[in-house]
Design a protein around this ligand. Structure first.
Ligand code: GN1
Ligand code: MG
Length: 400
């Protein structure tokens, strides 16, 4: 998705509207390639990276008011907790005013300003057991905080991990969390619904009249794609994945009844090289979902030491020890909260999310590469191919 070219002056003016006392002459702006969706800029003050300015993509997030509302509610929830005890934090946001977190410009585009974290590290892929463990723990804890409506003293007292959230801390959110699930309305509809993604995919496939066999050179790699074979694979796996979705929603009036991050991939996390609390990024998709979504998204992103768009398929191999670290660290945070259905499908969390991402990237290609930002026409195919490749490895493991 192309980003409008903006003048530096316009961007500096945006920062100034958040912090009127700032001296604009001290500011420098540099565009960042963060994520696939939003428009982000690094703002330096007198040569020091200090803030991230971000415009929410309203073509994707068509209900930006709800995004702001959810963000507000999250900030409020985390304010009640001691970051040191919790071990995770939200990115510090500079509110536009006492009434509004975001700055809405003349075109009704929402902007927000975050504090830049100079010591934390954002990883594009996993390269150590420590990263896998820290990431699993951080996203697991985030899920736990979101979904802890009542105290569960029996379960708490059975565990003796000193890093776990103090029961007394949970107490402080008990009354608050009762209303939390109500507050977090979906910012994107049917985001991780396989049914919905399958529908979108079939619609795009019906309209696509391009070649089914493609080949292209990317750097030194000759890339070949056999879309017919992909279509067969997709049809083969859709029914069982749909039945997992049905099982997850059947308990509660046909909707997902947990709160989840819904974009819990490794590069949506800042980890500290020592032991400072991790920062959980990209909060726009915090909304009803499932524990399994965050577990699965983490697993797909953590399991391989290659980037999401690695052109060399031989590099896209699951490192099972990372996979296991992440899984254990995540589940240690939430295991006492899982119901029977969630427990039954734990092993499918990775395949479910990996497949859905493959399907979305592929669908976007068929649809003319309109959703994800891409650098070359087959970029989404490369991403999709990697996800399907990971999916097959995960399924082999599940099926023994
Ligand atoms: C997008 O913005 P980013 O890169 O964190 C996408 C996720 C996908 C991800 C794939 C709102 O996240 O769902 O998992 O790309 N976000 C949205 O890397 O669609
Ligand atoms: Mg992101």
């Amino acid at each position: 998705m192309s980003i409008k070219k903006r003048s530096l002056l316009e961007l500096i003016h945006k920062v100034h509207s958040f912090i009127p006392e700032i001296l604009v002459d001290e500011l420098e702006v540099q565009q960042l390639g963060l994520g696939h969706i939003h428009e982000s800029y690094l703002i330096q003050q007198s040569g020091t990276p200090t803030w991230i300015l971000q415009r929410i993509n309203t073509q994707v997030f068509t209900k930006p008011e709800q995004v702001e509302k959810n963000h507000d509610a999250l900030v409020d929830l985390f304010k009640r907790k001691s970051i040191d005890t919790l071990g995770i934090q939200l990115p510090k946001v500079v509110p536009y005013s006492a009434q509004s977190l975001y700055y809405w410009d003349a075109d009704h585009q929402p902007w927000r300003l975050y504090t830049f974290y100079g010591e934390h590290i954002c990883y594009e892929y996993c390269s150590s057991l420590e990263i896998a463990r820290k990431a699993g723990k951080a996203f697991g804890r985030f899920s736990r905080v979101l979904n802890k409506p009542e105290n569960n003293h029996e379960n708490e007292s059975e565990k003796h991990d000193p890093e776990r959230v103090e029961p007394s801390l949970e107490n402080t959110v008990t009354s608050k969390t009762a209303g939390i699930a109500e507050t977090f309305k979906p910012t994107l509809d049917a985001f991780h619904s396989i049914h919905h993604r399958a529908q979108q995919h079939h619609a795009a496939r019906a309209k696509y009249h391009g070649p089914l066999k493609l080949s292209t050179k990317q750097g030194s790699h000759l890339l070949q794609f056999d879309l017919e074979a992909w279509n067969i694979t997709i049809e083969k796996h859709l029914p069982s994945l749909m039945s997992i979705e049905n099982a997850l929603i059947s308990d509660d009036g046909h909707r997902f009844n947990r709160l989840s991050h819904n974009d819990a991939k490794l590069n949506n996390l800042l980890l500290h090289p020592e032991n400072e609390p991790a920062v959980i990024l990209d909060l726009d998709t915090v909304m009803p979902g499932s524990f399994l979504f965050d577990l699965g998204d983490g697993l797909r992103s953590i399991s391989t030491s290659s980037k999401e768009d690695e052109p060399d398929l031989a590099q896209v191999r699951i490192q099972w020890e990372y996979h296991q670290q992440y899984r254990e660290a995540f589940l240690a945070e939430v295991d006492s909260m899982l119901n029977q259905v969630e427990q039954r499908y734990i092993s499918f969390a990775g395949p479910y999310m990996t497949f859905i991402m493959g399907l979305r990237f592929y669908t976007d290609f068929l649809d003319g590469n309109r959703y994800y930002s891409s650098n070359y026409p087959e970029h989404n195919l490369v991403r999709a191919r990697n996800q399907f490749h990971l999916f097959h490895q995960m399924m082999e493991k599940v099926n023994g």
